[in-house]
Design a protein around this ligand. Structure first.
Ligand code: HAM
Length: 412
């Protein structure tokens, strides 16, 4: 019989990988809650229009990567490719803007993009995201960037670079786009085929292209930050001042543009060299127009999304120990009740206990306890059951101490 396998670009997360996932999730939750963010869980699928309007037609995500299909009621639905548009949908639908003037959400969700799978790129992947809605201050931008930076620090992930840029508002970008297209037109034939097709619709992406020819042809291209208006410039300068104040090391990268249409003003990415072409571990920016676009409300906002799968690849193995404090070795079928009595008493008091459901030889138990990396072993046989005692030993030593049931908690 042919075995059914997981779909291309998806995978099971278990064993060490699941421990890494848990560690990252727990670290992120603690950090983001310390910053006053509350969790939001949005549905896995949404109306297709949300992403078309939110992320923008003409972007790779909307044009090529969405999992879109009709459900049995003939509605066009899409598995979320990202988390920002759903958060904004919820914010508008639940009139959150009328209940509070500042909203701070975080989410840890799976996302779906029909991309060509490779190391660090999946069709189902996980993002840790944050969104601040209702504040236009450069402090919010700086805090979001600094939270991303601190998250990497807490995870112990090193050798990362924070890239920042400002892409300005709609008017600035429209003006700059014209300047850039004029600059690129005479050089068009030298660009890669991708850039030749997108240079008019999306000329900013040409600056971001990884192709050598495209990079050489644009060395002296006019840059967006030089074309910001005075208000946008002041905002960007203040973001940098706050980043300095927060001790965030960053580099200004005037070529940084993001793959989603909703950004205005500050954009940023955190990048590693260790994952080849999939080196962006976090990306985000300010999106002051998205809420108007989706719900006709003027609400400034900023946020980031970080790829949990990529963080897992970068996480050191030393972070992921999950070993039992105590392994219970029990011999003799008739002692199962006493063995579990001991196990549950310990567990109720916060001790991590590993116990099996079938009796084994003392030797087989010891092997398993070593394999699991347990610190101590509790040994139970008929004699200990009869006396309400047990043997307690450090796994690394040979000495066994006899401990009464009532003394056990004190001893461990
Ligand atoms: P994004 O840059 O499309 O932004 O995705 C954010 C992060 O998700 C990427 O930097 C990467 O780490 C991870 N990622 C994206 N695609 C994949 C994939 N196929 N496999 C593995 N990881 C992937 C957004 O999604 C925005 N919603 C971020 C944001 C929030 N901006 C403002 N608020």
């Amino acid at each position: 019989m042919e075995l059914i396998k997981a779909m291309r670009g998806t995978r099971d997360i278990y064993d060490v990988e699941a421990l890494k996932f848990n560690f990252i999730e727990d670290t992120a939750k603690e950090l983001l809650e310390n910053y006053g963010f509350g969790r939001i869980i949005t549905p896995t699928f949404e109306s297709t229009d949300l992403f078309k309007r939110g992320i923008g037609e003409g972007t790779d995500i909307v044009d090529k990567e969405m999992y879109t299909f009709s459900d049995r009621g003939d509605r066009s639905i899409t598995l979320r490719p990202e988390g920002t548009a759903p958060v904004v949908r919820s914010y508008l639908e639940n009139k959150t803007y009328a209940k509070e003037d500042l909203t701070k959400y975080y989410y840890i969700n799976n996302m779906f993009r029909y991309e060509r799978p490779q190391a660090g790129r999946y069709r189902e992947f996980y993002q840790i995201g944050v969104e601040i809605l209702g504040n236009a201050s450069p402090m919010a931008d700086a805090e979001v960037i600094s939270m991303g930076y601190r998250l990497m620090e807490k995870l112990g992930i090193e050798d990362l670079k924070v890239n920042i840029n400002s892409v300005g508002g709609n008017e600035t970008r429209a003006k700059y786009r014209e300047i850039l297209v004029n600059y690129l037109t005479p050089k068009k034939d030298g660009l890669c085929t991708d850039c030749q097709t997108r240079y008019e619709a999306n000329p900013l992406r040409v600056l971001d292209c990884k192709n050598k020819n495209c990079q050489e042809l644009t060395v002296d291209a006019p840059m967006l930050p030089d074309n910001l208006n005075s208000e946008e410039k002041a905002h960007y300068e203040t973001v940098k001042e706050y980043l300095d104040m927060f001790g965030v090391e960053y580099v200004e990268n005037p070529r940084l543009v993001r793959g989603l249409d909703y950004y205005s003003s500050t954009v940023f990415e955190i990048i590693t060299e260790k994952l080849g072409s999939q080196g962006t571990v976090l990306g985000g920016g300010r999106y002051d127009n998205l809420i108007k676009q989706l719900g006709d409300k003027e609400v400034p906002a900023v946020g980031f999304g970080s790829g949990l799968d990529r963080l897992m690849m970068l996480l050191g193995e030393d972070k992921i120990v999950n070993t039992p404090d105590i392994y219970i070795s029990w011999m003799g079928e008739e002692n199962i009740d006493y063995a579990f009595l001991v196990a549950n008493k310990l567990r109720d008091n916060g001790v991590k206990v590993y116990i099996e459901y079938a009796p084994k030889s003392a030797n087989a138990h010891r092997k398993k306890a070593f394999k699991l990396g347990a610190q101590r072993e509790v040994i139970i046989d008929s004699e200990s059951k009869a006396n309400r005692t047990m043997g307690l030993k450090e796994l690394s030593s040979r000495d066994v101490e006899v401990v009464a049931f009532d003394e056990l908690l004190e001893k461990v």
